[in-house]
Design a protein around this ligand. Structure first.
Ligand code: SF4
Length: 335
């Protein structure tokens, strides 16, 4: 199934009828993903996928004004076959606002009923109802909390719709106290060179995360196409960082994308790995945003947050299989 869909080329996630459903997404580390909305309330300036989905939908629906639209769940709720694991979400935040959280709760209920593992990445407000839902099946939940900088002014410019640093740390505290949660990761992604990759910032986030029970971090540098580089460098605050994103980087998408030069990344990450481990946190990097990491000794993670063995093990009891062809030797195994 995965190969068949890949051969068709790009998979546009949000269909014309605005129905949410699970889909195979080659660019999300060859994983099955699901979106909850068209558009995302967080409005991160670096987001590659949400604006693309909006653009495609606008082309199909010229009257559309760009509002964030929660997707309908009828199609998903009728589904009877599931992959072993689903990533929430690809081009939206599953907890972006109250309405989206309500949809996510319905989705989780159905996934839990079918023993599907969930990889959830969010910066969002985590309502008590969501936390209660996680408590029902912590054994199926792998959660990453996105927080890349503690600085309020930076966050207002770069992630204008996202909750404050303090709120995201509070999410980690609450999640860190859930017994049996499969994994809890702090995700610094994407780091803007010169803005986010400072010792002060990394140390503060790792200290705060570690105090809240987090033991793992994923760090990744900004990746941009030329068109977004030109747009973002018009903002004076971002200009130097965008200019430092100067090297074409091999990624899973095989598109022309720019990032911080590889040798400089290696030096920075070697240093950050030490800062993390001094605080009891295991650092990994993203192998699909920078293929060359797969040849280094850094722990690297694909979005499934699993090793090859884990993917294969999970596939055994499901009709839909997970691809492992892109996973090589330096898998990052969580447990
Ligand atoms: S939270 Fe994720 S999906 Fe939403 S705008 Fe930010 S990067 Fe895009």
């Amino acid at each position: 199934m995965a190969t068949e869909q890949m051969e068709k080329g790009i998979v546009w996630g949000i269909s014309k009828d605005l129905q949410a459903d699970i889909r195979f997404e080659p660019n999300a580390c060859k994983l099955y993903v699901m979106d909850i909305s068209l558009g995302c309330p967080m409005q991160c300036v670096y987001c590659l996928f949400s604006p693309l989905e909006l653009m495609v939908y606008k082309l199909q629906n010229p009257g559309y004004k760009g509002d964030i639209l929660p997707l309908k769940l009828d199609k998903f709720l009728q589904r009877e076959e599931f992959p072993p694991v689903v990533y929430l979400c690809y081009s939206s935040d599953p907890l972006g606002n109250g309405e989206l959280t309500a949809s996510t709760l319905r989705v989780l209920e159905k996934l839990f009923a079918n023993d599907v593992h969930v990889l959830l990445l969010s910066k969002g407000p985590m309502a008590p109802e969501f936390i209660d839902m996680v408590r029902r099946r912590p054994d199926l939940m792998e959660i990453q909390v996105g927080v890349t900088n503690f600085d309020t002014e930076r966050n207002k410019i770069i992630e204008p719709g996202a909750p404050s640093y303090e709120a995201r740390m509070e999410n980690m505290r609450v999640l860190g106290a859930i017994e049996g949660l499969r994994s809890l990761v702090v995700r610094l992604d994407p780091m803007f060179p010169g803005i986010d990759d400072t010792d002060e910032n990394i140390t503060r986030i790792m200290n705060d995360a570690s105090e809240r029970g987090v033991k793992r971090a994923v760090l990744s540098y900004l990746v941009l196409p030329q068109s977004m580089k030109s747009k973002l460098r018009q903002d004076e605050f971002l200009r130097d960082a965008v200019d430092a994103v100067s090297e074409i980087t091999p990624t899973i998408s095989q598109q022309e994308l720019y990032s911080f030069p590889f040798e400089e990344k290696i030096a920075k990450f070697s240093h950050f790995e030490r800062l993390c481990s001094e605080r009891g946190i295991q650092m990994s990097v993203c192998g699909c945003k920078e293929h060359r990491f797969k040849e280094t000794n850094f722990g690297w993670t694909c979005f499934p947050f699993f090793s090859r063995e884990k993917r294969e093990e999970l596939s055994r009891n499901f009709k839909i299989k997970l691809d492992t062809s892109h996973l090589k030797c330096h898998d990052f195994t969580l447990e």
